[in-house]
Write a protein of this length. Structure first.
Length: 199
């Protein structure tokens, strides 16, 4: 089952900040099956996006693209006792930039408040990454208007230029003249006939 099918959170239009696309969440902890963790994480991101001070909104749906894609893995900490939620963040537009952040927990008990606090920090990190990407956009991304034309666009430009040249060299047609007004032909006048009476 895909993660998108698990997410029932509506997309919040009109919210400010970065549009977070929750691409995947995986759990390596038995108490937190992946589908449940994905749903709880999405709920936390959605809840925190409703706050006035929010720096993000949640983007849901295969056909909708977010500003920053996030993928999380929850598992035992490799540095000692406890657990770690590790996140990979990637910008979705040019320039492609990525970041990673981890949140450490003493136990696997993740309350809604704990998940909300993590969601807020994750959203702030995503907003900073998006700001960096936007600042570098001018120097590292090509404006579509600056790209060379494609072969089909070149062909279309040639056709337009040829048509324009043909119109320039074609003689100017004379201005239309008004059609002559036809007058009815004069009717012949009757010729009087004299009759002579005979005696």
């Amino acid at each position: 089952m895909s993660l998108v099918a698990l997410l029932t959170v509506p997309m919040l239009l009109g919210a400010g900040g970065a549009g977070l696309k929750l691409e995947a969440v995986r759990s390596d902890v038995d108490e937190w099956p992946t589908p449940r963790l994905a749903q709880e994480t999405a709920d936390a991101l959605e809840r925190t996006s409703r706050q006035k001070w929010s720096e993000h909104y949640l983007v849901v749906g295969d056909e909708v693209r977010g500003d920053v894609s996030v993928r999380g893995v929850f598992g035992p900490s490799k540095e000692g006792p406890g657990f770690r939620f590790t996140w990979q963040l990637t910008t979705q537009d040019c320039p492609p930039m990525s970041d990673a952040v981890g949140f450490d927990f003493k136990s696997s008990t993740l309350s809604p408040n704990t998940l909300d606090a993590m969601a807020v920090q994750l959203a702030k990190r995503a907003a900073r990454l998006l700001d960096k990407a936007r600042a570098k956009r001018g120097e590292s991304c090509i404006d579509p208007l600056d790209l060379p034309p494609t072969p089909s666009e070149l062909e279309l430009m040639k056709i337009r230029e040829a048509a324009k040249a043909q119109r320039a060299f074609a003689p100017t047609p004379p201005p239309p003249r008004a059609a002559p007004v036809e007058r009815p032909a004069p009717r012949p006048r009757p010729i009087p006939v004299r009759s002579e009476a005979t005696d």
